[in-house]
Design a protein around this ligand. Structure first.
Ligand code: HEC
Length: 103
């Protein structure tokens, strides 16, 4: 019985570990809510303004996302992006920047 419990708790720990990793750094699923404005491959001009995300480097994308969050970056429609990045952690923004840079 004790052995079964040990094995079960190891499985549980492993499941929690992998689930947490998936949630923390999955740029692809985080990007799902960006597609409406930026397009599935980042080639759309969001609401006719800004620049397409496609072709930008991960460093530039991260700078933009962090800037929107800090209120130090953006153009005429920056309020829209400030609302988007509000709930993102630094890890989320990094994962998004890396994912989008691969378009
Ligand atoms: C409601 C529409 C909308 C959604 C949803 C949206 N964006 Fe944007 N995004 C915009 C607009 C509009 C701009 C230009 C804002 C400005 O004037 O600075 C922009 C700009 C950006 C920029 C800066 C591009 C540049 O000029 O360098 C980045 C990076 C970006 N968005 C990433 C994202 C990511 C990542 C998501 C998803 C988490 C997202 N956006 C979701 C509308 C949207």
């Amino acid at each position: 019985m004790k052995r079964i419990l040990t094995i079960l708790s190891i499985c549980l720990l492993a499941a929690v570990f992998f689930a947490a990793q998936g949630l923390a750094a999955d740029g692809k699923s985080l990007y799902a809510r960006c597609t409406g404005c930026h397009g599935a491959d980042g080639s759309k001009k969001a609401l006719g303004s800004g620049e397409p995300l496609k072709g930008k480097s991960a460093a530039d994308l991260l700078k933009a996302l962090e800037g929107y969050k800090a209120g130090t970056f953006g153009g005429a429609k920056k309020a829209m992006m400030e609302a988007q990045v509000k709930g993102l952690s630094p890890e989320d923004m990094k994962a998004l920047a890396d994912y989008i840079a691969g378009f």
